[in-house]
Each structure stands twice: as structure tokens, then as C-alpha cells.
Ligand binder design. Structure first.
Ligand code: UD2
Length: 303
């Protein structure tokens, strides 16, 4: 049985990975417990409270065959407030994990980057070779992590691959967190029959991808050697306006309330949509969860 270390295994992506992989591999989670909505983990999963920046974390890396590195400082806003903290986690923390992996015998290192590396899109849909000019320290630190991963592949032969998720959603995103995504915020309001707040005119677009499709893509990466040394967009290839999203959520949650329009959020990009041709071609990736199905999952969890 393969041994997989999932850093950030209590977080949004990590916790769903644990659920999907725990009966196929021996899973160890390395997490600092800084942000989790998880109450329990499946039996047999080994949980280590630790920090990816800590050099002693290397000891856990070498006991595994596969590393899925999801632990990170995940907030764009927080990165603007404290760029050093962001870089310590996302740059040094990633480098610390890579360096430990280089010294161990690792058959795959998967890194979770972000569509934030692109900055303001020059064209839509965005391909992986679109210029990367991040607008935030978070975008820079994620890009830097990617560059280290690719360099470790070229220079040391470490089998690394990276994904750039667009807007991930899942019921495990905490709506009370000021940095959480628009879907959990809208659902939180709709459940309380309150108006969702739309920043700007609501005509901005986003490519929302279910965490289950992100997990599927990562599993495809684990099985595919041709993916090594590559970066893949992780989106659905489709986008929707924030107005359409708000109306869809109000409708699903039977909330007959008007939308509350507020001024545009500074630094917001207008449109975003992924081109996933590369992931389709190399990984055979196909997103399976429609936005409506994904939103209904939130409703099911409340029932
Ligand atoms: C996403 C990622 C971020 C980074 C960025 C790169 C999430 C949660 N964030 O930021 O980490 O990768 O993409 O471009 O996935 N909005 C409202 N009302 C609300 C909250 C948001 O109208 O209550 C709007 C917001 O102004 C924006 C859109 O919804 O136009 C999406 O906002 P978001 O915070 O979910 O994600 P985004 O795309 O800014």
C-alpha cells in the first residue's frame, strides 16, 4: 500500500483528499490546525500537528512515497496585510517540503498553486502559458512555489506537478472566515433568508469548480507519469456571472430576497475562466460536478 503525506490535510482540499484516498493508501496528515471545519477524520488516518516551515517536518516526508502539498496561507487579503507571513508559509514552507522530498525517495510531489498567478487576464479562457503577473503577494508566493517545483523536477529529477485551481467551492469552506469565497457567503445569507451582497454590478464572471473535481484531478496526477514537470489549470472551462450565481443560490434555497449591491471590491478582476485543454489531453480530466449539483450538495448537508 502506498504511503501518502497530505500537508494541510484538515483544510478544504486536503480533507476531501483524505476522504477519497484513505481506503486506497496509508494516509498521514501534517496540519497546524489553523483553519479547519473538520470534526473527525476517517479511522486509520495518522494526524500530525506540525508546521510545514519546521525543518523537523522533513522526518515525516521521508516516511512516505507521495506528497500532496496543500498546506498554505490561502488568503489574498491576508497576504496584502502581511506579505512576509505569506511568503514564509507559501515559499519557505513549500521549499522545506521539496527539499525533504529531494532527500527521500518520493514517487510524486503534487503542489496546489492558484489561478492568482495570472493577475489580470489579458484573454479568456486563460491557458497555462498566459503571462503570469500576480496582483498580490499571495499570487507571487504561489508562483514561486510552482517555480521551485518545476526547478526541482528539472534539476533534481523530482517527479513534481502543479495545479492552478480557479474558484474552488465546497461545504467545508467556513462562511464566517472573512476570506472565504463568494459561494459560501451567498449560501450563508440565503439560508437566513437575507440578501446576498454583490460587489459591483454583478456582471463579473468566475469559473467555479467543485472540490470533488479538484480531488479527481489530483488523483489523475498521481497515476500519470507524463504529468511530471507540468502545471495544469484546474477549472471547469465555463464561467458564470456573480448575478447569475446569486440568483441560482436564492432559487435553490427558496430565499425570496433582493440582491444588495455594494461598491466594487478594490483589486477585483473582471472576468476569469480557465482553458483546461491541457488537463483533458494529458490527464484525461473531465469536470463531473455541475455548479447546480455542487450547490445542491450544500443544501443536502443542511437537511
Ligand atoms: C479567487 C480566490 C483567490 C485567488 C483569486 C485569483 C477564492 C475564495 N478566492 O478570488 O484565492 O485565487 O481568485 O484571482 O476562491 N463577491 C461578491 N459578494 C461577496 C463575496 C464576493 O459579490 O460576498 C464577488 C467578488 O467581488 C468577486 C467574486 O464574487 O468578483 C468572487 O469573489 P471570491 O472572493 O469568491 O473569489 P475571487 O475570484 O476574488
Amino acid at each position: 500500500m502506498k504511503k501518502i503525506l497530505i500537508t494541510g490535510g484538515l483544510g478544504q482540499v486536503g480533507s476531501y483528499l483524505v476522504d477519497a484516498l484513505h481506503d486506497k493508501a496509508k494516509i498521514t496528515v501534517l496540519d497546524n490546525f489553523s483553519s479547519t471545519t473538520r470534526e473527525s477524520v476517517p479511522e486509520g488516518v495518522n494526524i500530525i500537528k506540525g508546521d510545514i516551515r519546521d525543518r523537523t517536518a522533513a522526518a515525516f516526508v521521508k516516511k512516505n512515497n507521495i506528497i500532496i502539498h496543500t498546506a498554505a496561507q490561502i488568503s489574498v487579503t491576508a497576504s496584502m496585510e502581511d506579505p512576509l507571513f505569506d511568503a514564509q508559509n507559501n515559499v519557505f514552507g513549500t521549499l522545506n517540503m521539496l527539499e525533504a522530498a529531494r532527500k527521500a525517495s518520493i514517487s510524486k510531489f503534487v503542489y496546489i498553486s492558484s489561478a492568482a498567478v495570472y493577475g489580470n487576464p489579458l484573454y479568456i479562457p486563460i491557458t497555462e502559458d498566459h503571462p503570469q503577473d500576480p496582483l498580490s503577494p499571495y499570487g507571487v508566493s504561489k508562483l514561486s512555489g510552482e517555480k521551485y517545483c518545476m526547478m526541482y523536477h528539472r534539476a533534481f529529477g523530482l517527479p513534481t506537478c502543479c495545479i492552478r485551481p480557479f474558484n474552488i467551492y465546497s461545504p467545508r469552506q467556513n462562511p464566517e472566515n472573512p476570506y472565504s469565497g463568494v459561494i459560501s457567503r451567498f449560501i450563508d445569507k440565503a439560508k437566513a433568508k437575507q440578501s446576498p451582497v454583490v460587489f459591483g454590478d454583478g456582471n463579473q464572471t468566475r469559473d467555479f469548480i467543485s472540490v470533488h473535481d479538484i480531488v479527481n484531478m489530483i488523483i489523475l496526477l498521481l497515476e500519470n507519469e507524463d504529468a511530471n514537470g507540468h502545471v495544469f489549470n484546474a477549472g471547469t472551462g465555463k464561467s458564470i456571472t456573480i448575478n447569475e450565481l446569486a440568483n441560482m443560490i436564492l432559487n435553490i434555497f427558496d430565499a425570496d430576497v433582493p440582491i444588495n449591491y455594494m461598491p466594487e471590491r478594490p483589486g477585483d478582476i473582471k472576468n476569469s475562466c480557465s482553458d483546461i485543454t491541457k488537463a483533458k489531453k494529458i490527464l484525461g480530466f473531465e469536470p463531473k460536478v455541475s455548479l447546480r449539483e455542487g450547490l445542491l450538495e450544500f443544501k443536502k448537508q443542511l437537511a
